[in-house]
Design a protein around this ligand. Sequence first.
Ligand code: HEM
Length: 319
Amino acid sequence: MPKSSILRVQVKGDDDYAGLSFGFYNKTCPQLEKIVEDAISSMSKQDPRTPAALLRLLFNDCKVKGCDASILLDVYERSKSEMGSFSNFGIKKRELIGQIKSMVDKICPNQVSCADILVLAAREAVAVSQGPKIRVPLGRRDSSVAYTNYDADFDLPPVDTFIRKSLGFLENLNVGLTIEEQIALLGAHTLGTSHCATIQYRFDAPWIINTDKEFYKKLQKICPKGAASNFNTSLPNDRTPYVFDADIYVESLRGRGLLVTDVDLSDDALTAEIAPKFIFDKDYFFKTFSSAFVKLSTADVLTGNDGEIRRQCDKLNGV
Ligand code: HEM
């Protein structure tokens, strides 16, 4: 059956999330969550860019044919794989999921999918950055096919996506995100950095009204349009790029967002209205982000006998 025609199981109750469950590894790998927690804690201490990288990795995986760890595959040459899409420019730390998988396999061999490890790694990424600790249902299986750069080009939002179109990309995950949840998910940009190569598109977005003039001038200087250095130079997304807080919304409202979608958020009446709610009520932001994260992580998941439990996250079992 082609994957797109698999019937989506509605999220019904506490123990039915698209066929996933909270106690999935209770018997087969009870140590799993602790192993991932410890691994992310030490990997983040070694390199503080880790949490942001893993959170983005999850979104960019889930958006292309579901949360199935297909973004980790190195089956084709890079330019022809998902990673060959410019929408995946700047993606890093994919290898960490394979490293954690090896740690998990030492204790519970061949039980846990790379897809579940990626979801757990991303939720630890949020928690270790002072964000909420999100309870996630498990039981995903890995894709047994690799997708291409064309698939990723089609499914992922381009780097210069304006806000309404970004909401469309979240909407067509088909996981029932509310508008508040969509804006909360975009709040993931509170972590990490963006490269000048992706920031420079905001200079071509004349519809952006709410720009801090000084900030804009500074950006033009650091990220001159078309410069080769733009692929190596990156800037923090907000003033606290290692802390999961609401500062991305504050910066957006001040006209100091980096990416088109972030700065645009405060120009759009619909989204500009929601941002202050998250700024003034951290619990509401965390709660909304958490429910959105769980929904995101159920996108087109493979369960039961579909897909496979990959032995190595970057390779298909049969190859
Ligand atoms: C739907 C519209 C979205 C667009 C157009 C978009 C676009 C981008 C772009 C262009 C970058 C910078 C890449 C670079 O220059 O290195 C970025 C970074 C990032 N994105 Fe998104 N994104 C979107 C949604 C999301 C969502 C829903 C999440 C997570 C739930 C997310 C998480 C991140 C994170 C954490 C970073 C920083 C990565 C790092 O520092 O390594 N994004 N995004």
